[in-house]
Design a binder for this molecule. Structure first.
Ligand code: GLP
Length: 253
């Protein structure tokens, strides 16, 4: 794993956007795995800026989002489809038919999961998977205890996740308690992963994820065994690492 510590949130999010832009420039038909959450908002804003200022071309790429709340559709402002449409897809030249987010309104959720998994395979697999991290170490919505070989499935959200994400909902009681998420096995098959974390509230979990014991109870620890994972963090998120020495680059697993 390469760990890139940037001085602040802006530098970290710009570095992540440049990483994604580089992938699109070297392979315009890349299959991108995308993530949601507050951390990613400035990354998408920066990609939109690169599209406007440097003609960054999204027309040939295909995207797969990590997850979606069960019960929320595109018109619900808390759905991840809505998030993606408004933060990125409506603002760049991506073909909407090539953007995929699990269907949280599917009648048969298991069939939707199997279909999503199959579609990723049929598209040739994910070239670059962008990942945030939950306060409990989840990636996607793979909560603590998820097996490292899991595939796209429905997950019950943990109390920690519900507390972390409830603030996005005007009425926190309306937050779904389940989500569809691509599995850890699915994520680990991506050719490259990019984990981004910013802010002091991520410092404890980043220390556990990068330096703690490899365990399914902290799902993000699995990324240390990925052959090509880069972790970009700002100084605040790096503040509880045992070796917070500036732009450290470590290839240790
Ligand atoms: C949600 C998403 C995760 C994301 C996490 C981080 O739980 N399912 O994929 O990593 O949010 O959120 P934030 O960036 O808001 O801290």
């Amino acid at each position: 794993m390469i760990i890139d510590v940037q001085p602040n949130r802006q530098a970290a999010t710009h570095a992540a956007a440049r990483f994604i832009a580089h992938q699109l420039r070297i392979k315009p038909d890349s299959v991108l795995g995308l993530a949601t959450g507050r951390t990613m908002e400035p990354v998408y804003a920066q990609l939109v800026e690169l599209y406007r200022s440097s003609q960054l071309d999204f027309s040939r790429c295909r995207t797969f989002n990590l997850d979606e709340y069960v019960g929320l559709g595109a018109n619900d402002r808390n759905s991840y489809r809505h998030y993606m449409d408004h933060h990125l897809f409506f603002k760049v030249n991506v073909d909407s038919k090539r953007t995929h987010v699990p269907d949280g309104l599917a009648r048969d959720l298991d069939a939707e999961c199997a279909k999503y998994e199959q579609l990723i395979q049929q598209s040739g697999g994910i070239d670059l998977q962008l990942l945030g991290i939950g306060n409990n170490g989840h990636i996607g919505f793979n909560e603590p205890g998820s097996t490292f070989d899991s595939r796209t499935c429905v997950k019950k959200l943990s109390l920690t996740t519900r507390q972390q994400n409830a603030s996005h909902f005007a009425d926190s009681g309306k937050m779904p308690d389940r989500a569809i998420t691509t599995g850890i096995g699915t994520i680990m098959e991506s050719r490259q992963c990019l984990l981004l974390a910013t802010g002091a509230d991520k410092a404890a979990i980043i220390a556990e994820a990068l330096e703690g014991r490899l365990t399914t109870m902290v799902p993000a620890t699995v990324l240390r065994s990925h052959p090509a994972c880069t972790c970009i963090i700002d100084a605040s998120a790096a503040s509880q690492l045992r070796f917070p020495d500036g732009s450290r680059v470590s290839r240790a697993a």
